[in-house]
Design a protein around this ligand. Structure first.
Ligand code: ADP
Length: 846
C-alpha cells in the first residue's frame, strides 16, 4: 500500500498526523515516536525492514488493509539510525512534544532534527576523526568551498579556481562526508562525488538569511566566501534545528600556506589509511599517533593531511619537540594529566545543542581539575601558549553536580548535590522524613493492631499500602481507620488517612524534586555554555601540546632527527628510512641516503623489481611531509628545502572507476604534475610509461624527463626499467643515475635494498620471475631470448617459437636414452621400480 493512494478521509487521526509530517519530508525516512518506539510507516517501513532486517508488520489505521509498519525501541535506536545514515539515507526524528499522560486528545508531534551523514553528533563517531559536512558554491568563474565539523565547531572556507578536478580533489582530500551544492554546478562534479567517492550530495540554492550566526563570518571581506558559508549554514541549520552557537569563527584557508598533494598521493603514501584495506593500521597516522586525547588525535590527523610551508611555524614545532625531549619528566607528567582530559570540543557542541547529561558535566569537571597542573607544566616548558584554568566553573560543577554515578537521563532526578540549593534540600528532607515514617509504620501498626503478619509495602499503581493476610482480616477494627485499596487471592491491602497524607507528601516532593533538579541542571548548563569560547580555546592548546608530545615520543622511540631547512634547494638525507616499513620489518630495514646537491634535480633510479625503488621514493615523500608538519624524521641527518607540492605516480592506479585505461590515468597524472609543478615541488614517477609499447613508453619517459629538467626544475625521483634512459645523464646535467643493488650468485638473486650511485646494467627481471616459481622451462627460454636480444641489440629480429620446447626436448631425449639402455627382460621388478621412480623424479624436477 502506498501513502499517496490512501483516502485521507478514512484514516485514523494519528495516521493523518503522520501523513501531514511525511508530506513535508518526502525523501527522508521518518522515525515517528509512538510511546516507547520509533515507528516507520508505508514506503519508509518497507525500506527500513529491508535495510535494518526488521520484521514488517501492519497497523490498523481505519483502512481496509493494515498500513505497513516496522519500528525500533527508542532507548536503543542509535545503531539503527547510524546504519541507515551510513548507507546514505537521511532520517528525521519526529518526537512527541507534549506529555501523553497529561495531554487530552492527540499528542503533538514535531520533527526535532534530521540526521544525515555529515551532521551526526553522536558519541559513537570515531573519536579521533572529524565529521565534516561541506559545500561547493559555483560562481561560474571559481568555486567557494566551506566546511564544518558540527561536533567540534571548527569551520573552514576557501576559494578554488574554476577547475573541476581541483574542486573534487579539495573536497575528497579534506575528508568531507556530505556535500551541498548550488544548482549551477556541473553535473559531472556531482556524479564523481556521488559515484566515485560515495559522498551524500544535496542540491539547493537556499542561503541563510538571518544574522544570528554572523560571528562565524563577520571578519571575512570577500562576499563570495560569505555567500558560500551562508549556503552551508542554511542547510545545517535547517537540518539540526537546535542551537549551534558553538560553531566557531571561520578559518580562511590559504592554499599557499600548505604543502599540497592530491587524493592519489595521499592514498598512495598511506598517510591516514592503507591503500588496500582502507585501515588506519600501518598508515603513517597509526605510527605517529600516541596522543592521549581525542582532540590531540584529530589535530594530528589534520597536521598529517595539511603539512605547512611556513618555516617559522615549522621551526616552532621542532623547538617544542626538542624541549619535550630534554624535559622528559615534565613530558611524562603532562601525559598523565592529558589522560584525564575529556573531549571538551565535542562536549561543548553537545552543551549548546542540548544533549548533555550529568555524566558529561562530571567529565568536564574532572578535566578542569587537571588544567592548573597542565598550565604549570606549559609554563615550565616555556610554551608559547597558555590556558585559562576556569576555577570558577570548576567550583560551580564541584558544588552542584552529583558525582556519585548520576543517571544517563536528566528527567529522573539524582543530578544535583545536597547543599547546592536550599529548596531542593528541604524537599529531600521532607521526602526522606516521610519515608522514615513509613519505614517505622510497620512496627507501629503491628503493635497498635496486634496483627503480627501485617506488612507495609509499595507498588507503582496503588502507592503505599498496609497488607493484611486473609486469615487476619477479622482482626481489623473500625477504629483502625483502614480503607480497602486492593483485594488479592490471599491478602487484602489497605490505606489509612495518615499513610495517604505521607504518601501525598512523598509523591509531591518527588515530583517537585525532579522538576527542580531539571531546572537547576538547565541553569548550570546555561552557565557552562557561557564558557564555551574559552573551552574551545583551551581545547586548541591541549590538542596541540598533545600532538607535539606524541611526535616527541615517536621521535625518541624511533631515533628520528630534527630536519634542517635550507633555501638553496639542497637535499641531503643521510640514512633515511621509511618510518612505517621500518616499523614492520624492524632491523631488516636498510637505510638509504637521498642526495640531491650541487644542482642535481633528478635522480633516475634503476634496479630490479622488488629491489625497493618505490619504497625509496615513498620514503622521500614521507620524510618531507613529516618535516613540514613539524615532526622529526627517520634519518641520521636531514637537510631539505621547503616544498610547495608533491606529485606522485606510484604503483597501479586506484582510479579505474573513471573508465580510463591505466595508461590514460598515468598520462593524466603526469600531465597534472607537469602543468602544476614548480621548481619547489617534489615529483615522484615510478616506471612512468610502462603501460604502453616499449619504444612509446621509453620515448615518452625521456621527453618527460627532459621537460622537467629544462622547464620545471622540480626535485624528481624517476624509476625506470629502460636502461637506455641512463645515458641521459650525459646530456642532462642535473640528472644523476642511481641504482638499487642486488647480488647474483649461482643464478639466484639477493636484494640488498641499498641505493648506490650510477646505473645498473641488468634488470634481473628473469630472476624475479624465477623467485615467483614460474616453470623452469619458461625461465630457460626467457634467458635464451634475452641472450639473443643482448647480442643483437638494435637489430630487428624475429624469433621462432619452435625453440621454446628445446629444453623439454633435451630432457625428453635424456629419458629416452635411459629407457633405451634397459632391457626389461633382464631386470628384476625392484630394479624396474627404482628406474621408474628415478625417471619420474627427473620429470618432476622440471
Ligand atoms: P620496487 O619498487 O623496486 O619493485 P618495492 O619498493 O616495492 O620494490 O619493495 C619491495 C619489497 O622490498 C618491499 O615490500 C619491502 O618489504 C622490501 N624493501 C624495500 N625497501 C627496503 C629497504 N630499504 N630495506 C629493507 N627492505 C626493503
Amino acid at each position: 500500500m502506498k501513502m499517496n493512494e490512501v483516502d485521507r478521509n478514512k484514516v485514523s487521526p494519528m495516521m493523518l498526523q503522520y501523513m501531514k509530517v511525511k508530506d513535508k519530508y518526502k525523501d527522508i525516512i521518518i522515525f515517528y515516536r509512538l510511546g516507547d518506539f520509533y515507528e516507520m510507516f508505508f514506503e519508509d517501513a518497507i525500506v527500513c525492514s529491508r535495510e535494518l532486517e526488521l520484521t514488517l508488520t501492519g497497523r490498523s489505521a481505519g483502512l481496509d488493509e493494515k498500513v505497513p509498519m516496522c519500528g525500533v525501541p527508542f532507548h536503543s535506536y542509535l545503531p539503527y539510525l547510524e546504519k541507515l545514515v551510513n548507507k546514505g539515507y537521511k532520517v528525521a526524528i519526529c518526537e512527541q512534544m507534549s506529555d501523553p499522560k497529561t495531554t487530552k486528545g492527540m499528542v503533538e508531534r514535531e520533527v526535532v532534527q534530521i540526521v544525515t551523514r555529515g551532521t551526526m553528533m553522536d558519541n559513537r563517531l570515531q573519536e579521533k576523526d572529524n565529521n565534516f559536512i561541506g559545500n561547493i558554491y559555483d560562481f561560474e568563474y571559481c568555486y567557494g568551498i566551506s566546511y564544518t565539523d558540527i561536533t567540534t565547531g571548527y569551520f573552514y572556507c576557501l576559494l578554488v579556481p574554476n577547475d573541476k578536478n581541483k574542486v573534487v580533489s579539495e573536497i575528497v582530500n579534506r575528508g568531507i562526508k556530505e556535500i551541498i551544492v548550488n544548482s549551477k554546478i556541473n553535473r559531472e562534479i556531482i556524479n564523481i562525488l556521488r559515484d566515485d567517492y560515495n559522498l551524500l550530495v544535496t542540491i539547493t540554492d537556499n542561503i541563510y538569511e538571518k544574522n544570528d550566526y554572523e560571528m562565524i563570518y563577520s571578519e571575512l571581506k570577500d562576499i563570495r566566501l560569505v555567500t558560500t558559508i551562508k549556503h552551508l549554514l542554511d542547510y545545517v541549520i535547517s537540518v539540526k534545528k537546535g542551537d549551534l552557537s558553538h560553531l566557531q569563527k571561520v578559518e580562511l584557508i590559504n592554499l599557499n600556506s600548505y604543502l599540497l598533494f592530491d587524493i592519489h598521493t595521499k592514498r598512495n603514501l598511506e598517510l591516514v589509511e592503507t591503500m588496500r584495506l582502507h585501515e588506519r593500521m600501518y598508515s603513517l597516522l597509526w605510527l605517529l599517533d600516541k596522543t592521549k586525547t581525542a582532540m590531540g588525535g584529530r589535530a594530528l590527523k589534520q597536521a598529517i593531511e595539511n603539512p605547512l610551508t611556513d618555516i617559522v611555524e615549522i621551526k616552532r614545532r621542532y623547538e617544542i619537540i626538542e624541549k619535550l625531549l630534554t624535559e622528559f619528566i615534565l613530558r611524562e607528567d603532562l601525559r598523565n594529566y592529558l589522560e584525564q582530559v575529556y573531549d571538551i570540543e565535542r562536549l561543548s557542541s553537545r552543551i549548546c545543542y542540548g544533549n548533555v547529561n550529568a555524566r558529561d558535566l562530571i567529565q568536564l569537571k574532572n578535566t578542569l581539575k587537571v588544567l592548573p597542573y597542565i598550565k604549570e607544566i606549559l609554563s615550565k616548558l616555556n610554551y608559547s601558549k597558555t590556558i585559562d584554568t576556569l576555577s570558577d566553573l570548576y567550583k560551580l560543577l564541584e558544588e552542584s553536580i552529583n558525582d556519585d554515578n548520576p543517571p544517563i537521563g536528566i528527567k529522573e532526578g539524582s543530578l544535583i548535590k545536597s547543599r547546592y540549593n536550599s529548596e531542593l534540600d528541604e524537599l529531600r528532607n521532607i521526602r526522606s522524613g516521610s519515608k522514615d515514617f513509613i519505614l517505622n509504620l510497620e512496627q507501629e501498626e503491628k503493635e497498635r493492631t496486634g496483627i503480627k503478619t501485617l506488612k507495609v509495602g509499595f507498588n507503582k499503581i496503588f502507592g503505599y499500602y498496609i497488607e493484611v493476610s486473609k486469615g487476619s482480616i477479622p482482626l481489623i477494627k473500625e477504629e483502625f481507620n483502614y480503607e480497602r485499596r486492593q483485594t488479592l487471592a490471599n491478602c487484602e491491602r489497605f490505606i489509612t488517612p495518615l499513610l495517604k497524607e505521607k504518601e501525598n507528601i512523598i509523591f509531591g516532593a518527588e515530583e517537585k524534586i525532579i522538576n527542580l533538579e531539571y531546572k537547576l541542571f538547565m541553569e548550570i548548563r546555561d552557565k557552562v555554555k557561557e564558557y564555551i569560547p574559552i573551552l574551545q580555546k583551551i581545547s586548541k592548546v591541549i590538542a596541540e601540546i598533545d600532538m607535539m608530545t606524541s611526535l616527541a615520543i615517536i621521535a625518541e622511540e624511533n631515533n628520528y632527527v630534527k630536519p634542517e631547512i635550507n633555501f638553496n634547494k639542497e637535499v641531503e638525507i643521510i640514512s633515511g628510512r621509511h618510518p612505517v616499513v621500518e616499523k614492520v620489518i624492524k632491523d631488516d630495514y636498510v637505510s638509504n641516503d637521498i642526495i640531491m646537491k650541487d644542482g642535481t634535480d633528478i635522480l633516475l633510479i634503476t634496479g630490479p623489481n622488488m629491489a625497493g625503488k618505490s619504497t625509496y621514493m615513498r620514503q622521500f615523500a614521507i620524510i618531507v611531509i613529516m618535516a613540514q608538519m613539524g615532526s622529526f624524521v627517520p634519518a641520521k641527518s636531514c637537510k631539505i628545502p621547503i616544498f610547495d607540492r608533491i606529485f606522485t605516480r606510484i604503483g597501479a592506479s586506484d582510479d579505474l572507476v573513471s573508465g580510463d585505461s591505466t595508461f590514460m590515468v598515468e598520462m593524466k597524472e603526469a600531465n597534472n604534475a607537469i602543468s602544476e609543478a614548480t621548481q619547489d615541488s617534489l615529483i615522484l614517477f615510478d616506471e612512468l610509461g610502462r603501460g604502453t609499447a616499449t619504444y612509446d613508453g621509453m620515448s615518452l619517459a625521456q621527453a618527460i624527463l627532459e621537460y622537467i629538467h629544462d622547464k620545471i626544475k622540480a626535485k624528481t625521483l624517476f624509476s625506470t626499467h629502460y636502461h637506455e634512459l641512463t645515458s641521459l645523464s650525459n646530456s642532462l646535467k642535473n640528472l644523476k643515475n642511481v641504482h638499487v643493488s642486488a647480488i647474483e650468485e649461482d643464478g639466484k638473486i639477493t636484494f640488498l635494498h641499498k641505493i648506490k650511485n650510477g646505473a645498473v646494467d641488468k634488470s634481473y627481471g628473469i630472476h624475479v620471475a624465477a623467485l615467483a616459481n614460474l616453470p623452469k622451462s619458461l625461465i630457460n627460454r626467457a634467458e635464451e631470448i634475452l641472450n639473443i636480444y643482448e647480442k643483437k641489440e638494435n637489430k630487428k629480429e624475429t624469433f621462432t617459437q619452435t625453440s621454446l620446447f628445446l629444453p623439454i626436448e633435451e630432457e625428453k631425449s635424456e629419458i629416452e636414452s635411459k629407457l633405451k639402455e634397459i632391457n626389461p627382460l633382464e631386470i628384476t621388478p625392484i630394479e624396474a621400480l627404482n628406474i621408474l621412480y628415478e625417471l619420474k623424479e627427473k620429470i618432476e624436477k622440471r
